[in-house]
Design a protein around this ligand. Sequence first.
Ligand code: NAP
Length: 284
Amino acid sequence: MTNVSGRTRVAAVIGDPVRHSLSPAIHNAAFAALGLDWVYLALPVPAGQARAAIRGMRALGIEGLNVTMPHKTAVAKVVDRLTPAAEALRAVNTVARIGGELLGDSTDGTGFVNALRDDEGIDPVGMRFLVVGAGGAARAVVRAVGEAGAAEVVVAARRSRQASACARLAGTAGRVGTVEEVGEVDVIVNATPIGMGEVVAFPGTATTPVDPERLSPGQLVVDLVYEPLVTPLVAAARERGVASVNGVGMLVHQAALAFRLWTGEEAPLAAMSAGALTALGSSH
Ligand code: NAP
């Protein structure tokens, strides 16, 4: 960062809000670790300006973009090509220049699976998952674990149409269910904001999306929330001797996939993780 020159290449995240994004900390740590002459910025882009932002990317020669709220769907409509994941989810979180074309990808789902495999030593093949929530993160996770060979992917969400659409992304392994089934799966994924700040479960006031009393050792709890680092769900699982992780692993692994797409280099995962944790620590 201190050596920005005329040759420095640029990557960025677009969204609104975007000032609290951890992506600059993660990617700039990675560029520094590998000594790459790249810089990563956060660019606030208001709703309705996704098309203009992508035109700007082409004109300015920006090498890579991450895309966050509220642009993921709009960007999927204006890039030149989509990966199968982005096509299925109709959402893009990463744009890369490949030759003269802009490729739109969605790295969240594969990031989730890679985090499970690399960090927890768990392969989704034959596993039963309960995913709570049916929004963007849930859709990415459900599709990815379905594709990775999960035996069953149960989606529990408060809106049934969204839940059905989400469950379908896992193909024949997917079905709609309820959080009451928490005791019957191998991996429980919180893909809602419950536990983040003041967000509680609707319609009650629980700070966990499932009843922790129903968890048992041998299960794995993955909370996609990472602020706070120890969420109420992670804490409750730990108290009962149940393995649990927060969302930092997925966050870092989805970034690693984008990094590799842009730079062609293997991502320095440890440096990226340290960058994320430092930024999270300094944001409190
Ligand atoms: P989203 O698209 O807005 O979806 C949120 C889902 O949670 C929806 O199904 C929503 O239901 C449900 N929900 C929200 N509040 C709820 C409540 N109080 N009780 C029950 N259900 C509730 O958001 P998203 O992008 O999927 O993100 C979900 C969470 O995952 C966020 O906390 C986000 O920070 C985290 N995330 C983490 C990563 C990572 O890399 N670790 C990546 C992406 C997202 P309705 O549709 O009915 O509102």
